[in-house]
Unconditional design. Structure first.
Length: 137
């Protein structure tokens, strides 16, 4: 018996198993996302368009979304990427403009000569003085 042929067959079987498992997992995630989308839900499409779902026709896979007040778009249902959640801050603490960390002045780098490889803006070149003009008398 040729063991390399058996090894190739086992590797192919493992590859096919993981492909089926991944596709089933993606199908479950897609079904969960699609079930969360209904009228009144704010969504984002595959091409970055935000809107609110007005209605979804299951038979023709067409969704009507309102992007701005009075603007209704007719899109394919599969172009809906996800439902948009409201981004609320995790804590109710007031945001202050005060820095939370202090600078370490003991180990600060003294600005002087540039380090090796550091770009330095050239200093302004002195303007050459022109020769005195001869006056015609």
């Amino acid at each position: 018996m040729d063991y390399s042929l058996i090894l190739i067959a086992v590797a192919l079987a493992v590859f096919v198993f993981f492909q089926f498992r991944t596709s089933r997992k993606r199908a479950k995630e897609t079904a969960a996302r699609q079930s969360a989308i209904g009228p009144g839900v704010e969504i984002m499409t595959n091409y970055g368009l935000y809107g609110t779902v007005i209605s979804i026709d299951e038979d023709t896979n067409v969704a009507l979304i309102e992007t701005t007040p009075g603007t209704v778009l007719k899109i394919h249902r599969q172009t809906i990427l996800k439902a948009v959640e409201d981004e609320t801050p995790a804590s109710d603490e007031a945001v202050t403009d005060e820095p939370t960390a202090q600078l370490n002045t003991d180990n600060a780098i003294v600005m002087g000569d540039p380090e090796f490889g550091e770009r330095v803006e050239p200093a302004a070149k002195p303007v050459p003085k022109s020769a005195p003009e001869k006056s015609e008398d």
